[in-house]
Structure formats: structure tokens, C-alpha cells
Write a protein that binds this ligand. Structure first.
Ligand SMILES: Nc1nc2c(ncn2[C@@H]2O[C@H](COP(=O)(O)OP(=O)(O)OP(=O)(O)O)[C@@H](O)[C@H]2O)c(=O)[nH]1
Ligand SMILES: [Mg+2]
Length: 419
């Protein structure tokens, strides 16, 4: 069959036939897109076969024999980018949509694909360019002593720009959570019930639970989604003195999980009075991470609760029971309250989820600050212009106007094949 000469957006039914043996390989449907009205902006024909590995391979082999070649990872999106159908941040959003695992990460990538971030970046870029033109115009007239831009006005425009760029860069703190989720390390002494808590949260018997202290040797990671955000719970080996080499390795992994976590859920066995060891462990972790991570202190085994008098545990600790599931709802609510960004995800503000964008914004912001200093010190318009042009270029990297080739290649090579 042939679709040569077919109009754009038309669908054609036919058969794929081996030209040598004249054997029918499959009945298929061809969809024709004419440039520029396709995803890549080029002429595109899509072949829909019945599926199955064998048939697809036969059709592909035939196409390769006739001059086609398989697409490289991300090649379709790269072509769409090169042909101006998408800018770079939108192209990156295509990969994010495919990898989205929660409602919020999906929404953030759809927003980015729709050009929400691009528009914000373009408008910041334009404001800097406008300021540049003004300063450059002034340079031209400087001999004649004409002042077009009053120093304070320029400073205040730079301050506004700096603030907008900073706010956008800061949204990454939230964006990273949306994209990557929140890592929660379940930590505590052997037998506290860490594995039981993982199982209770998952509602399945994922980790081995036993009354033998030191049951968990390796870290186990499982996800649950709360309020549209992924929480990655890591069950770890209980912390204690041990001479067993496997257990020691397990504890090394526990410490690694603690270092990588956003939240340390310190679980205590509430069926026995809190020991000095528990306090010691808690203090060690708190001393190291109190500023950088959320630390939650939770008592387990409420069903067989022992009196916990005379200890320094600060605010009301949470009590749960992995056996009766008491307190689990409150525990989840606490996790959500402490970690999920408060603001309404449907709000119109832009959230960046990509570390590359955050870095470019940081660089742009520093250039604006340097420019501001040059203005404040009256160093002269050309100094200011250099920094402002640098800021324009850094912002351009986000949308692909000034992105170095190696970075472009890296972005697209991380795409899936066929996208
Ligand atoms: N009564 C009661 N027993 C519990 C509760 N949670 C856990 N247990 C018991 O406590 C024991 C230890 O539980 P695990 O979940 O294996 O404890 P762990 O903290 O993972 O221990 P390690 O892997 O050895 O570090 C098991 O016998 C559980 O059945 C609870 O809420 N109530
Ligand atoms: Mg365990």
C-alpha cells in the first residue's frame, strides 16, 4: 500500500506485504501528518499494526531494508525542538509526563508542556532586554549628558527582577518534592516495629517481621502516595551495638538512608520504658540533622503501652500501634502536614521541578545582583550591560535559546526510545 500524495490528517487502511515473497505480513492503518502539522513539524506516517513482537519486528525489518532507521532516544522530541514546535523546557516536560507517577507530578509536567514556565522565563528575559536597551541607548547619548534612566529607577527594576527570579528558583524546593517525592527513613532500635510499620502503611506483608531483634538486615524501599505526593518509606536495620558483620553492614546502610532522607521517623518501642540508648540515638541523629531534616519521634505498640515517665521528649509524641493500626491515620496526616508544601497546586504560580532550571535561574540571579552592584557603584553602563546580557543568556538556557550542545545532547539522550 502507499500513502504517497495523501492529505494531512488522513487515515488509510491496507496491508503490509513482503515485496519479495508477496506474503501479507499484517493488515494495518496508516495515519498521515504533513509538515508542519505533526509533532516533529515534519512529514510523518504512523503505522498501526495489530501488535505483538513478531509482526512488529517483520514490519520494522522491511522498513529498515528500505532505508528507514530506528530513532535515537528522544529523537522525535529533539526534532520537534529543532523545528520550533516546542521550546526546551516543554521538550523536557514530555519526558516528565512519561515518568510522572502521581497526580501532582503529572500536573506539574502538563503545566510545563503547556508553556507556563516558558512564558514566565520569556517575560523575565524580555524585561532584562528592555532594561539593557535603555542602558545602551543612554551610553550612546552619554557624551551629550542626557540621562534617560534615573539610577534609582534602574535599581528598583533590578530589585524586582532579582526577586522574581529568586522566587521562581525557590519554587524548586517544592518542585523537587512534587517530582521526586519525599524520602522517609524508618529508624530505631531492633524490635521497635519499623518493618511492622512499613507493612501496616502498605497494607501488605512486605518486610519480614519477627520478635527476634535484628531481623531486618538490608534497607527496603516502598512507595505510598499521600495527597498526590509520593512518600518513599525506607525500612532499615535497627541500630544497636553488634559484632555480626552482616548486621554491621545493615547499619551502615541505615546511616546512608538517614543521610539521604527528607524525614527521619524515629520509632520507639512503647511497650518498654524508654532507655538511655534510645535517647542517645535520638540525640545523635538530632544533633546532626535537626536543621536540615524533619525528625519525627513516634512511639509504637500503643496496645501494650508502658508508662513513659520522666523523659525529655519535648512536644506530644505520636502514639501508634502497628498491630491495631491505631494512630496510623494521624501519623499520615502529620507527615503530610510537615512535608507537603501548603499552597494549592492549581494556583497560577509557576513551580519549577528541574534542577537544571534552578541552576540557570541561580546564575541569572547572580548576574542581576552583580549588575545591581555596578549600577550602585556607578561603574558605567557597559559594565552593567555585560552582566545583564549574561542573565539573558542564562534564562535562555532554560528554554533552549542559548543551551550548549553537550547539555542538549544529554537532555535528549535521557529520553526513552520512540519519544
Ligand atoms: N503488641 C505489638 N507488637 C508489635 C507492634 N508492632 C510490632 N510488634 C511486634 O514487635 C516485634 C518486632 O517487630 P519488627 O517490625 O520486626 O521490628 P523492627 O523494628 O523491624 O526490628 P528489626 O528489623 O529487628 O530492627 C514483632 O514481634 C512484631 O510483631 C504493635 O504495635 N504492638
Ligand atoms: Mg525490621
Amino acid at each position: 500500500m502507499t500513502a504517497a500524495g495523501a492529505a494531512s490528517h488522513t487515515v488509510h487502511y491496507g496491508t503490509v506485504t513482503d515485496p519479495v515473497s508477496r506474503e501479507t505480513i499484517d493488515t494495518v492503518v496508516l495515519t498521515v501528518f504533513r509538515n508542519p502539522h505533526s509533532f516533529t513539524g515534519e512529514d510523518v506516517v504512523e503505522i498501526s499494526a495489530h501488535g505483538g513482537y513478531f509482526v512488529a519486528q517483520r514490519i520494522l525489518t522491511l522498513l529498515y531494508a528500505n532505508g528507514a532507521r530506528p530513532a535515537a532516544p528522544g529523537e522525535f522530541t529533539l526534532r520537534a525542538f529543532l523545528n520550533g514546535k516546542l521550546d526546551l523546557s516543554q521538550a523536557e516536560a514530555v519526558a516528565d509526563i512519561i515518568h510522572a507517577t502521581t497526580e501532582r507530578s503529572h500536573r506539574a509536567s502538563v503545566d510545563q508542556l503547556s508553556g507556563k514556565l516558558s512564558r514566565a522565563v520569556r517575560s523575565l528575559r524580555q524585561e532584562i532586554l528592555d532594561l539593557c536597551s535603555l542602558l545602551e541607548l543612554e551610553l550612546d547619548f552619554s557624551q551629550e549628558g542626557i540621562e534617560l534612566a534615573d539610577k534609582n529607577t534602574v535599581l528598583s527594576r533590578l530589585d524586582t527582577l532579582e526577586r522574581s527570579i529568586r522566587l521562581l528558583a525557590e519554587s524548586y524546593r517544592e518542585g523537587r518534592i512534587i517530582r521526586e517525592g519525599i524520602k522517609v527513613a524508618l529508624v530505631g532500635r531492633p524490635n521497635a516495629g519499623k518493618s511492622s510499620l512499613l507493612n501496616a502503611l502498605l497494607q501488605e506483608e512486605r518486610a519480614i517481621v519477627s520478635d527476634i531483634p535484628g531481623t531486618t538486615r538490608d534497607t527496603i524501599e516502598e512507595k505510598i502516595v499521600l495527597e498526590g505526593i509520593e512518600f518513599l518509606f525506607q525500612d532499615t536495620a535497627g541500630l544497636r551495638e553488634s559484632s555480626d558483620s552482616i548486621e554491621v553492614e545493615g547499619m551502615r546502610r541505615t546511616n546512608k538512608a538517614i543521610a539521604a532522607a527528607d524525614v527521619i521517623l524515629f520509632l520507639l518501642d512503647g511497650s518498654i520504658p524508654l532507655s538511655n540508648d534510645d535517647l542517645e540515638q535520638y540525640r545523635t541523629i538530632a544533633a546532626q540533622y535537626a536543621g536540615s531534616k524533619t525528625i519525627l519521634w513516634v512511639f509504637n505498640k500503643q496496645d501494650v503501652r508502658a508508662e513513659q515517665g520522666g523523659m525529655e521528649i519535648g512536644t506530644d509524641p505520636l502514639w501508634i500501634s502497628c498491630k491495631s493500626h491505631a494512630g496510623l491515620k494521624e501519623l499520615k496526616e502529620t507527615l503530610v502536614r510537615l512535608t507537603i508544601p501548603g499552597h494549592d497546586p492549581s494556583a497560577s504560580s509557576v513551580t519549577i521541578t528541574n534542577v537544571r532550571h534552578r541552576d540557570a535561574l541561580d546564575r541569572a540571579r547572580h548576574s542581576i545582583l552583580t549588575a545591581r552592584q555596578a549600577v550602585a557603584e556607578e561603574l558605567g553602563g557597559d559594565f552593567v550591560a555585560v552582566d545583564l546580557h549574561a542573565a539573558v543568556n542564562y534564562l535562555g538556557e532554560i528554554i533552549g535559546l542559548t543551551t550548549p550542545d553537550d547539555i542538549l545532547n544529554n537532555i535528549f539522550s535521557n529520553f526513552c526510545i520512540g519519544k
